[in-house]
Design a protein around this ligand. Structure first.
Ligand SMILES: N[C@@H](CCC(=O)N[C@@H](CS)C(=O)NCC(=O)O)C(=O)O
Length: 202
């Protein structure tokens, strides 16, 4: 299996998931600016959409989109630790959160990285992010992770989006449960491994 990633990007959620599962995989770094690979190859030949993450299975099948990759990888685990078994309500609960993190958070936070974004758009995005974080803050007042007391692929994804905040001069001071949640996930051995390997892999 190959994971195409960019250091610190949303692909880190799949990287963390693969580390949590202990599955062998090859990490291939993508330069998002010019859509090239470390060996100079054209990333668009792997994924014509030009963004990360992309997962290429050993049989050559290519999977894209964070929610699809995280659901797929989670279900590779026969012990169903990172997502409950397919077809169960628990499985849909995790997918519900994957969709929320992707559509409601990632896609409101991501544009803030663009330098020339108009102030009105920044203000609107920040207001929406605050509303979403307040909701998650209340959920994390009831249990340790998004769907209960078990870490899932949705937590891996949310962790990554929250880890962008310092780069955007945003912090979690107003959301103590989320701050505690982020601090707990940051020290998971699989997360530490993923961060270290991401920085080192080529
Ligand atoms: N819809 C995609 C979006 C992924 C995405 O936004 N990837 C960012 C990094 S976090 C990226 O590669 N951006 C570069 C680009 O859009 O050209 C998904 O959910 O997987």
């Amino acid at each position: 299996m190959k994971l195409y990633y960019t250091t610190g990007a949303c692909s880190l959620a799949s990287f963390i998931t693969l580390e949590e599962l202990g599955l062998p995989f090859q990490a291939v770094r993508v330069n998002l600016k010019d859509k090239t690979l470390a060996d100079g190859g054209d990333y668009r030949k792997v994924n014509p959409k030009g963004y990360v993450p992309t997962l290429v299975r050993d049989d050559g099948e290519v999977l894209t989109e964070n929610s699809a990759l995280l659901g797929y990888l989670g279900e590779l685990d026969p012990k169903h630790v990172l997502i409950p078994p397919p077809g169960t309500l628990g499985n849909y609960r995790v997918r519900e959160w994957l969709s929320f993190v992707n559509g409601e958070l990632h896609k409101n936070v991501g544009p803030l990285f663009f330098p020339n974004i108009p102030e009105a758009v920044v203000a609107m995005a920040r207001e929406r992010i605050d509303q979403r974080l307040k909701y998650i803050e209340s959920v994390l007042g009831q249990h340790s992770y998004l769907t209960g007391d078990q870490f899932t692929v949705a937590d891996a994804y949310l962790f990554v989006v929250l880890s962008w905040f310092p780069h955007l001069k945003m912090d979690l001071a107003a959301y103590p449960n989320l701050k505690n949640y982020h601090d707990r996930i940051k020290v998971r051995p699989a997360v530490t491994r993923a961060l270290t390997k991401e920085a080192a892999a080529a």
